[in-house]
Design a protein around this ligand. Structure first.
Ligand SMILES: [Zn+2]
Length: 273
């Protein structure tokens, strides 16, 4: 079998516009690299930054290339034809924070499978920042905070007096989307009438209109749905969006609200047969 020589590879790389000289990431980029992996190594889960770390040489992470800056012959051959992230190998999209133990092993990884695994991890990170950019400036009525406050102090008996049978949920999920469907369904059964009544009571007062709020949730859903159809990611991002806009500290309260709007038909499309 013909084997590419190192010299030949050098010439190929020279002609390949994806290859560029090494560039160190800026401090701002390093902060973003750490944030996008939530300060944990995406390959082994180890923490990448902790409070006691004072000196730069104590740092626990390194910024790694996903597609290598200087591939070995074996890497070049194995990764041929596989998708590459970013305009060139020095792009932000082709780099990721890894712990100091995983980085060296990753640098020598040679199978297409290991490479693709890292590409997929990075694609998830990139999607998350795209979602943030797409929804950051959308407006959300301040009065939603009132619902969140009421949810935080609702009594058991207030909820148990109401019973609700979710009707439209089953048309919105595929059979493999069981966990997210059940999670939403449980919230809807417990809380839908409670929130519906609060909204009814607030409607038309102090400039609040529940239709406007519903439209805002709908707009946010549509923006997210442009980028991904993964319902779990959509749900989580809507929860995060409401949390950020309201500075609400309860994840559960925000999940209840998003579930309300799934039942109310602002979130998720009906699946056509
Ligand atoms: Zn690691």
């Amino acid at each position: 079998m013909y084997r590419l020589s190192k010299e030949e590879l050098k010439n190929i790389i020279k002609l390949d516009p994806y290859h560029k000289d090494r560039q160190s990431p800026t401090d701002a980029e390093v902060r973003l690299f750490l944030r996008e992996v939530d300060y944990h190594c995406p390959l082994c889960g180890k923490e990448l930054q902790y409070r006691d770390q004072i000196k730069p040489e104590q740092k626990l992470f390194e910024i790694a290339h996903i597609y290598p800056n200087s591939p070995t012959v074996e890497q070049y051959v194995n990764f041929k034809g596989l998708r590459r992230l970013g305009k060139n190998c020095e792009s932000y999209e082709n780099k990721i924070a890894l712990c100091k133990e995983c980085h060296p092993t990753q640098d020598f990884h040679t199978t297409a499978q290991e490479y693709i695994q890292l590409v997929e991890i990075k694609e998830k990170c990139l999607l998350e920042s795209e979602l943030n950019a797409a929804t950051r400036d959308l407006y959300l009525e301040d009065q939603i905070e009132l619902i969140l406050t009421k949810l935080s102090c609702v009594q058991d008996e207030e909820l148990s007096e109401l019973s609700f049978e979710p009707k439209y949920l089953k048309n919105k999920f595929y059979i493999n989307e069981v966990s997210i469907k059940r999670k939403i369904k449980n919230y809807v059964v417990e809380y839908y009438p409670f929130i519906r009544d609060i909204l009814k009571e607030m409607d038309g007062k102090n400039g609040f209109h529940q239709n406007i709020l519903a439209e805002q949730i709908r707009s946010c859903f549509i923006k997210i749905n442009d980028k991904t159809q993964d319902k779990e990611i959509i749900f989580q991002h809507l929860v995060q969006w409401i949390k950020n806009k309201t500075l609400c500290s309860s994840n559960i309260a925000c999940e209840i609200i998003v579930s309300f709007f799934v039942q109310n038909c602002e979130v998720f499309y009906e699946i056509s047969e």
